[in-house]
Design a binder for this molecule. Structure first.
Ligand code: AMP
Length: 392
């Protein structure tokens, strides 16, 4: 994979794919511009080096329909503030005659922001005709949209076939550098922490980690599918009944591989998430029928912390409990602190874990906070991503 700085961009028309999928409020105001800030180094570099810059992104899920609520216009207005020296032109569309005219008249140092690429169904279909239209008039393709690299979409993957020169931007390169370190040559002991609601989206990463990691620490609702698979009665806790078999297989494989696969040994129980109140802490089974687990207990926190202390490499994705509720957040926050205190190379991915890291006030003590939850999980699972392969 080539890197941006290895390519001559002066005077060339550059198609830059970024992830500007920012949260908007009712009044179309940007609530958090982290994603825009994350690609600013690449944008500034390209403008300084004399590129004619075309920028594309998706926002939300408009499902192939033009939807003014998911327009990138607020992003164009924000870019004007962030780049006061630069002429920002908002395109009325993604492709078509009007856009082609704007592309052709673009000057060095100007930035043309295309409309939401997902206004076209062809984007998510990775339609070659659409990819060709996106590539129209462009000599260089730069991908800086790490968070979208696990999707084989037209502006991420398809377009690369129609533009000869291509490379990764700063954000993508940093993600790949860190994730490669933990995926391909992790310094041992490698401790992986996985939480969140469902096993379903985490099967590939679990299967990969039980071959690579020394220790896997499980938390969140996910843990209760594993515990149920061990025939333990977990009350009203969330269990994916259709995943019991795969859960049992994963635990068996971990044992064969001599991977320490730890499940919570004590649990905070509540009548419901909505009750926002912990009823009791238990370390035995069965759980009362009317209670569900909402967080890991103090004994588990201490056991997991001990494992984290021994690590030279840490990968963490997903909260260990319903951390959005104050009374059920302790496990996740304590684990965030332990990861931050560790001397290991630490990589954290996934929106919830990142929120927890910020809540715990330890973001500056984490080596790498990945901008892509799904993308980082898939990278760890498969060692690469469709969007990265397209740049090779
Ligand atoms: P995911 O998107 O799979 O990473 O799941 C994140 C969600 O899992 C968060 O909204 C948490 O509130 C939720 N979660 C974590 N632990 C539990 C639990 N024990 N029971 C129910 N939901 C949980």
């Amino acid at each position: 994979m080539k890197f941006l700085e290895e390519i001559e961009v002066r005077g060339k028309t550059v198609f830059l794919r970024v992830d500007f999928n920012v949260p908007l409020d009712e009044g179309q105001n940007i609530r958090d511009d982290t994603r825009i800030q994350a690609s600013l180094p690449t944008i500034k570099y390209l403008l300084e080096k004399g590129a004619k810059l075309i920028v594309a992104s998706h926002l939300g899920r408009p499902k192939g329909q033009f939807n003014p609520k998911m327009s990138l216009k607020p992003v164009a207005a924000h870019l004007e503030k962030l780049l006061p020296e630069t002429r920002i032109i908002m395109a009325p569309d993604v492709i078509g005659e009007a856009v082609d005219k704007l592309k052709a008249s673009l000057n060095v140092g100007q930035l043309l922001l295309l409309e939401n690429v997902r206004f076209y169904k062809e984007e998510t279909d990775n339609d070659p005709g659409f990819s060709r239209k996106l590539a129209e008039g462009c000599q260089v393709f730069i991908n800086d949209a790490f968070g979208s690299c696990h999707r084989a979409h037209a502006s991420v993957v398809g377009i690369a076939a129609f533009i000869p020169e291509k490379a990764a931007g700063y954000l993508l390169k940093k993600e790949v550098d860190y994730l490669s370190k933990i995926t391909h040559h992790p310094e041992k002991p490698f401790v992986a922490i996985l939480g969140g609601a469902k096993i379903e989206d985490k099967i590939p990463v679990l299967e990969s980690l039980i071959n690579k990691a020394n220790t896997v620490l499980i938390g969140g609702a996910m843990a209760y599918t594993f515990l149920k698979a061990k025939n333990l009665q977990v009350g009203k806790s969330l269990v994916e009944e259709d995943k019991l078999e795969i859960a049992a297989q994963i635990m068996k494989k971990a044992k064969e591989n001599q991977v320490r696969f730890l499940l919570p040994s004590d649990h905070i129980l509540a009548t419901s998430i909505e009750s926002q109140e912990a009823k009791t802490t238990v370390d035995s089974y069965p759980f009362p029928d009317d209670l569900m687990a909402v967080d890991i207990g103090p004994k588990t926190i201490s056991e997991y912390k001990n494992q984290i202390k021994t690590a030279r490499t840490i990968f963490w994705n997903g909260p260990l409990g319903v951390f959005e509720v104050e009374a059920f957040a302790r496990g996740t926050i304590e684990i965030a602190r332990a990861v931050a205190e560790s001397e290991a190379l630490s990589v954290v991915g996934g929106g919830d874990s990142i929120t927890a890291i910020h809540k715990a006030g330890v973001a500056d003590k984490i080596n790498h906070i990945s901008t892509g939850g799904g993308a980082s999980l898939e990278f760890v699972a498969y060692g690469t991503l469709p969007g990265i392969e397209a740049l090779q």
